[in-house]
Write a protein that binds this ligand. Structure first.
Ligand code: ADP
Ligand code: MG
Length: 773
């Protein structure tokens, strides 16, 4: 017995074969005909039979038509087939008897009550509306009764048959098994029920029933354990959802609840703009929500998921655009007066010429500072591209206009380093810079806070110490967040709230392809430094094994003799019993015997100690720094020319790229040695080899992506806004981009009240966060 879906699929399959030139024109009709002849016998619906006859009418003359007409006819045939699919395989809910308010608390719904409501809340189901978007994890196909002989081991199947025999086995006091033999025209299956004596009242010898359960083969017999059973007359042929469950809620119960809530979507108005619905053939809201929960066919389900993906992208991108628009419309930002004289003065004393990309980025920033609406800009640039200088330019402009700046960085090592550098640079033009860390002495902290509050400090650099409540500014005009992905949304927000609509610049080296950056940071403007300072040489990257370390040591001795410095990086601080890996502490002891002026740096050390060591490394009292990945972000030591990364196979490529970026920050030739054991997998070796020849952060991230597979590349959680359920931001990158552009150029007509209301429902308070970042 065939279901209409299978028949239509078979037709489609034949058309596919024709398209791939596997079938000839004259073979199509016979193939269609034989499917129809065998299978339509079981279709009782007269309309369907009529429609199939019509379809055959299209196919029949195909072999004899002239070539041109053949092709035309073939197209019509495909359209006709799709029409049938839409007619028979997709449906929507009819008007439910009673309308229930969308936000009715879940506990008031039928079959729920206080206790179940608590369980449901655990899985995010708090009211009727939330049930629409709770996804099944799988589906059961109950449309087709299988012949016993066709059932397969391990497959859930629906069968029907006559009970021909039964036995009751009392295995022990606690366990009684009832076995039934059920027979259809093709074979026998054994159904076993454990401690379910009540089935005897219903399942009696000679009666026919339908059974649903997992078929297992054992000892050459087919078997089902505790199947569901139905009287054949009451059997509903349908596809049923299987939901993820929680304590206290069974599959039967959740289905019962959903059967009541989901049809309410009938009363829910469509919010996707009509032109988009048409352009992308998106199922309407009733059809798509039904297709997720109670699809009429697997075709319906597939289209529903596809449609939900469009919905998700449209809502998300609209939210970003709206948020960007609303922050642009805020006229109460600070419009700064900048003559540019002060920066000119600074450029004269700067020891190098900024790159074109740096100048371009700064121009974009300056425009924002002058403009009335607050800046919301991301500065993206590969490691070593010189983001810090650009931020200095912004600070200088902001200072000239009479405002304070704050720069937040993720670690105190980095904060200290930035402070020393920036202070040295900016004090020459009269900018007063201070540093605030968690470990700053209380007395000093108090002093700094006072000076901030009365405007005596022009730029404060710090870690999250900056976001404490008692840090108050007199006139905060510019916020810079370095390595922004290291901070949570709330941390960024807290700092931002210390000013009145301050300008915001976030900086990142996380290489995201531009399209992706635009689509997921669509609420930010983006400046990209896509150019390295002049004279930079590629870091020679060499793959090597332990056995070569002696040679590498010799090489490092030569480098140090020429006044250069080196890093040794290990995956662990201390040796572990579980992992057989070299660790920083132990290697420090060994390397001390090999080299002079060696120091150790790791995350478990006190901040003060760490800063002390970084200062010594910076002033070249220390030649060799043995460390973990704490040096991964931002550390800038221009004379460091060698980095040795042991157990390189333990690191992600993007992380390796960041680490490698610690050297090659001057005109000198630098080297990166990637050390691995002898027997790492071939694939890992290939991956590292590819990395050793790739120097562009974007390309590295793409390689990373191709090895890791899409999806895992960039957790949406990092963005802190939204987790996609239907969209893979990497795989669907082009689609995201396309829709974003389309929304952007049709804002006037698309962004109506219905769409805005839905966005508010989905993102609610999170929209504020989008506003801020
Ligand atoms: P990142 O973008 O990784 O934060 P930094 O801002 O720390 O990079 O800059 C890396 C190094 O390059 C610093 O020592 C900085 O002084 C130097 N630098 C920045 N811009 C230029 C330039 N245009 N020419 C030469 N050196 C530059
Ligand atoms: Mg940096």
């Amino acid at each position: 017995m065939m279901h209409i879906e299978e028949i239509l699929n078979e037709y489609e399959y034949i058309l596919d074969l024709k398209e791939k030139n596997i079938k000839k024109w004259e073979e199509i009709f016979p193939a269609f005909y034989s499917i129809s002849k065998i299978n339509t016998k079981t279709l009782k619906d007269n309309n369907m039979l009529e429609d199939i006859k019509k379809l055959l009418g299209y196919v029949k003359p195909l072999a004899v038509l002239p070539e041109e007409r053949k092709i035309k006819r073939f197209k019509e045939l495909k359209t006709a087939l799709n029409k049938l699919k839409n007619k028979y395989l997709i449906d929507s809910f009819e008007k439910p008897e009673k309308k229930i308010n969308l936000f009715t608390d879940i506990k008031f719904l039928k079959h729920v009550g206080e206790k179940r409501a608590n369980s449901l809340r655990n899985i995010g189901l708090s009211n009727l509306y939330t049930t629409f978007f709770y996804l099944p994890r799988d589906y059961e196909d109950r449309r087709k009764i299988k012949k016993i002989i066709n059932t397969k081991d391990g497959e859930f199947s629906l069968i029907s048959g006559k009970i021909v025999n039964f036995e009751e086995l009392r295995i022990n006091k606690g366990l009684t098994i009832i076995n039934y033999s059920v027979e259809d025209s093709t074979g026998v299956i054994i159904l076993s029920f454990f401690n379910q004596k009540f089935v005897k009242d219903k399942l009696k010898r000679g009666l026919e029933f339908a059974f649903y359960g997992k078929v297992e083969y054992s000892y050459g017999r087919r078997q089902m354990k505790s199947p569901e059973f139905f009287e054949i007359s009451s059997l509903k042929k349908e596809i049923l959802p299987i939901y993820p469950l929680t304590n206290g809620i069974s599959q039967q119960v959740i289905r019962k609840i959903f059967k009541q809530t989901i049809p309410q979507v009938y009363y829910y108005e469509e919010y996707i703009p009509k032109p988009l619905i048409e352009k992308y053939s998106i199922l309407n809201i009733n059809e798509r929500i039904k297709g997720i929960h109670f699809p009429k066919s697997f075709y319906h389900k597939k289209l529903a998921y596809e449609s939900m993906k469009y919905e998700e992208i449209i809502l998300f991108e609209s939210a970003l655009l709206l948020s960007k628009k609303s922050s642009k419309q805020k006229k109460f930002g600070i419009s700064k007066k900048i003559s540019g004289e002060l920066l000119k003065k600074y450029l004269k004393i700067l020891p190098f010429k900024p790159t074109e990309a740096q100048i371009r980025s700064h121009n974009e920033i300056r425009k924002d500072l002058i403009s009335k609406s607050p800046m919301n800009r991301m500065l993206q640039g590969d490691v070593g591209s010189g983001k810090t200088v650009v931020s200095e330019f912004a600070i200088i402009d902001n200072f000239e206009a009479g405002y304070q700046s704050a720069m937040m960085v993720p670690t105190s090592v980095l904060a200290k380093q930035q402070f020393l550098k920036i202070q040295k640079n900016l004090k020459n033009i009269g900018i007063n810079v201070a540093l605030l860390l968690g470990e700053t002495k209380n007395k000093e902290k108090k002093e700094i806070k006072e000076k901030l509050a009365n405007g005596k400090i022009d730029l404060i650099i710090g870690t999250h110490a900056l976001i404490q409540d008692d840090v108050v500014f007199s006139k905060l005009g510019l916020i810079i967040i370095d390595e922004q992905h290291r901070f949570g949304v709330n941390q960024r927000l807290k700092l931002i709230n210390k000013g009145i609509s301050p300008d915001i610049l976030v900086m990142t080296a996380t290489p995201i392809p531009r399209t992706l950056a635009l689509t997921i940071y669509g609420d930010l403007d983006i400046s990209i430094i896509d150019q390295m300072p002049k004279g930079r040489k590629k870091v020679k990257t060499v793959l090597s094994t332990d056995s070569n370390l002696k040679n590498i040591y010799r090489f490092i001795h030569q480098e140090i003799d020429q006044g250069n410095q080196a890093f040794f990086i290990y995956p662990l601080v201390e040796e572990s019993e579980v992992l057989d890996l070299k660790a920083a502490k132990d290697m420090y002891e060994k390397l001390k015997l090999e080299f002079n002026n060696v120091a150790l740096l790791h995350g478990k050390m006190k901040s003060e100690e760490k800063n002390n060591i970084m200062e010594k490394f910076s002033s070249k009292e220390i030649s060799i720094l043995v460390s973990t990945t704490v040096v991964e972000v931002g550390v800038d030591i221009p004379d460091a020319t060698v980095i040795v990364i042991e157990h390189a196979d333990r690191f992600g490529l993007s992380q390796l790229h960041q680490l490698r970026g610690r050297v090659g920050r001057s005109k000198k030739q630098s080297y990166c040695f990637l050390i691995t054991g002898n027997n790492i997998p071939e694939t890992t070796k290939n991956k590292l080899f590819e990395f050793s020849n790739t120097f562009d952060g974007f390309k590295v991230s793409e390689i990373d992506l191709s090895w890791r597979g899409p999806g895992k590349f960039f957790g949406t959680q990092q963005h802190g806004i939204h987790e996609f359920k239907f969209t893979d931001i990497v795989e669907d990158m082009l689609l995201l981009d396309k829709i974003r552009k389309e929304l952007e150029s049709n804002q006037e007509s698309y962004f109506d009240e219905k769409l805005k209301k839905e966005i508010l429902k989905r993102y609610g308070k999170k929209l504020n966060l989008i506003n801020a970042i």
